[in-house]
Design a protein around this ligand. Structure first.
Ligand code: MGD
Ligand code: MGD
Ligand code: SF4
Ligand code: MO
Length: 762
């Protein structure tokens, strides 16, 4: 590596591919793949080249902001901001309890350290309820996963003979390392096969051997038919099942009764194609499969997640190389708050008493420690005594990203106090009482906990490329100051730890045990305390990494064997791991295991997979033979949020990031549908839902299914133009969506199944 190439990572999607970059005058000027990154190994996609657009975001903040009564904002200094935010949140806590404060967010595609430090502020305030974007996509999957496996799961496509993608377009969205290379390899190998369930001929579907182009919203029927074919044709992996699954009786019975041809009709897929795909999965040595938003944001999504896992259980596609596996998490993403991980949701609390396993007003289950995103506005806009009265929102943009933007705005305005911690004046920040500006991900030490590798799992702590922008603070500093202002700890607690940290990490470990032994209550605010104590001892600009010291200790304690196999041995293994993290600018392998080790992570007593969830078998039996609901006034189904090359959730507030000034959301429409409506490519149209309408341009898209149209996710941001006025770029999707249009069990939105009408303009 020549001197002026600096290692970092791409922040555009959750893969965080390792990069090397050159910088000049506050800009990232050259970008190339980092071959030394343990996971991406020299891979990147075209989006990385445009990454500087994040750093040059138009709405970047450079001072804390306070909302005036007239709705405008004034800049205030940090001391005032911290003192007022702490006092106002403490006042809500004192009047109504910490459980009336909701924390939303904690990280986005590449930055999870806010989630580490906010734990301390939440503990200092007694906050009990949290939510984030996982609770609008992954909670249905987590709910069934907890009941069937009891551990997190990922998928080894690299070594799989057959790959199955359910409502997932990895060519655009990635979701596993080096996705395009892996897809190409599978497509080119006559002995391997790809099965894609997607109404649209996505880039991935176009490479597939079996493209099941289902009617939108019919995943449950399709997966039920596939599972039923396995059982009805005797294709299930009996020998494997005998050793590894339990409670299969009622499930096999229900599947044996599924009318496969009728279900194929509901899906609009040729029955022989369905049977061929099932046969290909069943006869493969290894099958890896992944579901994503196409199903998780559709009707019957929780049932779909269950049926997907039945296919895994029936084919033996778990715990072997080339199948699904239980990964070893460096830090679990859905930690804190208990609830769903155990899979239990009790409903036995006395009247008027709180039950922290359910959301306080709507009573939705708390899963992964999270309440459903789609319930948040109802948990606020009510006179229920247990309603939320304050929110802390960090590194996320719920006004824009959650269903029903208008309703989210109303909810935020109804709170006694709201605080946003972000790098930019986002749509959400523009509704908050206080906005605290964070340094960007290239201006501090940052990292993500999207670490899911099967055999050699890696973590990448990135070093800053630039000094923090004037007026901003890193999240460690923000939360340490809030904690101090809330009286969580003071110099007396910090001093001994700081002195030890100046000597060595091993001294710190000893001092930490002593301090925590003497005052166990400090454990809950350990991350912010560590920032104050260890941060100053870390190399220049690396203070935000201090909290990772604690994560490394917890990890080596919980996964001793896997850490040892990665070389971190002995009573101070956590320190050795932390040192390795600091010393590895391209990332470090922190855990090693074999695919077979997955079995040890299963929560069930015998280390077996439970196939039977009574509610899910009931839902399977209750599937409507007519298919999902239709609305004659809204004849199209809008997929409200599609991953394209120009999207990166809402994290890039810079319309130049694609083609100068041309960031528009196009509505993809099948050419025959467009012809029927008299629309040419590029024609302006209004797309209308029961909730609202938006203007956009038609894009003729051969890959669309008739009757199915789609808009990109994350666009439609209200961004400051160079002239200083706010301009919208593209369609703000969630103005079109309704918070009540959601899964009945876990509350995830049906964004992929929004009934809509299209009207030509002019
Ligand atoms: N470029 C880019 N990459 C990203 C992101 C981004 O914003 N931009 N976001 C990241 C995030 S946060 C996530 S969660 C992932 C999501 O990644 P994906 O889920 O793969 O992304 P989508 O494009 O939303 O949906 C995938 C597919 O679902 C299909 N689909 C629509 N309706 C249905 C249906 O009823 N059934 C089925 N089976 N399929 C249907 C769509 O046609 C689409 O091809 O992407 C991540 N990667
Ligand atoms: N209709 C519809 N809605 C959707 C989707 C869809 O497909 N359709 N997709 C959904 C999905 S899957 C997801 S994951 C969500 C994503 O939506 P959100 O969870 O809201 O996340 P992002 O849009 O990634 O927003 C990240 C925020 O973090 C800020 N940020 C960036 N760097 C930093 C930093 O270093 N520190 C701090 N404090 N802040 C920072 C950015 O400015 C931005 O405001 O959107 C969801 N919304
Ligand atoms: S796959 Fe994701 S992280 Fe990797 S270069 Fe592309 S956008 Fe960036
Ligand atoms: Mo997501």
């Amino acid at each position: 590596m020549s001197e002026n190439w600096k290692p970092t990572a791409c922040v555009i999607c959750s893969l965080n591919c390792g990069l090397e970059v050159q910088t000049e005058g506050g800009k990232i000027t050259r970008i190339r793949a980092d071959k030394n990154h343990p996971v991406s190994q020299g891979y990147l996609c075209e989006k990385a080249q445009r990454m500087d657009a994040y750093q040059q975001g138009r709405d970047r903040l450079s001072s804390p902001m306070r909302r005036r009564p007239d709705g405008s904002y004034e800049a205030i200094d940090w001391d005032t901001a911290i003192a007022e935010v702490a006092a106002r949140l403490a006042a809500v806590r004192d009047a109504h309890g910490g459980e009336s404060i909701l924390y939303y967010g904690g990280g986005a595609q590449a930055n999870h350290l806010p989630g580490v430090y906010s734990q301390s502020t939440l503990a200092a305030l007694g906050v009990r309820y949290r939510s984030n974007a996982l609770a609008q996509e992954k909670t249905g999957e987590a709910w069934v996963q907890a009941r069937m496996f009891g551990c997190g799961m990922h998928h080894d496509f690299e070594h799989a003979e057959v790959a199955l993608f359910i409502g997932k377009n990895p060519w655009q969205s990635h979701g596993f390392p080096r996705a395009r290379l892996v897809l190409r390899e599978i497509a080119a190998d006559p002995n391997r096969a790809m099965i894609v369930i997607d109404p649209r001929r996505s880039e991935t579907a176009a490479m597939a051997d079996y493209h099941l182009a289902i009617r939108p919203g019919t995943d449950a029927w399709c997966l039920a038919a596939l599972a039923a074919i396995l059982v009805q044709e005797g294709l299930e992996n009996r020998e494997w099942m005998q050793a590894h699954v339990v409670n299969e009786g009622p499930v096999l019975d229900a599947l044996s009764r599924i009318p496969v041809s009728a279900f194929a009709d509901v899906c609009g897929v040729d029955e022989t194609l369905l049977r061929a795909a099932a046969w290909r999965m069943a006869t493969a040595e290894t099958l890896a499969s992944m579901e994503d938003l196409g199903m998780q944001m559709g009707v019957h999504s929780t049932l779909g997640s269950y049926l997907h896992r039945l296919i895994i259980g029936l084919t033996g596609a778990f715990g072997r190389k080339g199948t699904s596996y239980a990964f070893v998490p460096f830090r679990p993403l859905g930690s804190g708050g208990g609830g769903g991980a155990s899979g239990k949701t009790s409903s036995t609390s006395a009247p008027g008493e709180r039950n922290f396993r359910r959301s306080p007003v709507t009573g939705f289950p708390v899963i992964m420690g999270l309440i459903p995103c789609n319930a948040i506005s109802e948990e606020i806009l009510t006179d229920h005594p247990h309603r939320f009265r304050a929110m802390i929102i960090e590194s996320s943009n719920p006004v824009h990203s959650l269903a029903d933007t208008a309703r989210m705005r109303e909810a935020l305005r109804a709170l006694d106090v709201s605080v946003v911690i972000d790098i930019a004046m986002t749509e959400t920040a523009r509704e908050a009482d206080y906005v605290l500006p964070a340094a960007s991900q290239f201006e501090k030490a940052e990292a993500s906990f999207f670490n899911f590798e099967p055999e050699a799992n890696a973590f990448h702590l990135r070093r800053p490329l630039f000094p923090p922008r004037e007026g901003t603070l890193e999240e460690g500093a923000i939360h340490a100051r809030l904690c101090a202002a809330l009286g969580a700890f003071g110099e007396a607690e910090i001093a001994p730890l700081r002195a030890a940290a100046q000597q060595s990490l091993d001294h710190l470990a000893m001092a930490f045990m002593q301090v925590m032994g003497a005052n166990p209550g400090l454990m809950r605010v350990a991350s912010a305390l560590l920032y104050s104590a260890l941060g100053p001892a870390l190399p220049e600009g690396m203070g935000n990494a201090a909290g990772i010291w604690g994560v490394a200790q917890l990890f080596t304690g919980a996964f001793q064997r896997e850490a040892e196999r990665a070389g971190f041995v002995g009573p101070l293994a956590g320190n050795r791991l932390f040192e390795a993290i600091l010393d590895s600018p391209s990332g470090v392998v922190f855990a090693r295991q074999d695919a077979e080790d997955s079995w040890q992570r299963l929560r069930s007593p015998g280390g077996q997979i439970n196939l039977y969830i009574p509610e899910m078998v009931e839902a399977l039996q209750a599937l409507d033979p007519q298919g999902p609901p239709r609305d004659p006034d809204y004849p199209f189904i809008l997929s409200a949020g599609e991953r394209r090359t120009e999207t990166s959730n809402t994290s890039i507030r810079n319309p130049d990031w694609l083609r100068k000034g041309e960031l528009v959301s196009t509505l993809r429409v099948h050419p025959e549908d467009a012809a029927m409506l008299g629309l040419a490519d590029g024609a302006p149209v209004d797309i209308i839902t029961r909730r609202s309408r938006a203007r956009t341009l038609v894009e003729l898209h051969e890959g669309s299914r008739r009757g199915h149209v789609s808009l990109p996710n994350g666009l439609g941001l209200d961004v400051l133009s160079p002239g200083g006025e706010v301009q919208r770029h593209g369609v703000a999707l969630n103005e079109l969506t309704d918070y009540r249009w959601r899964d009945p069990i876990v509350g995830t939105p049906w964004h992929k199944y929004v009934p809509a009408r299209i009207e030509p303009v002019g």
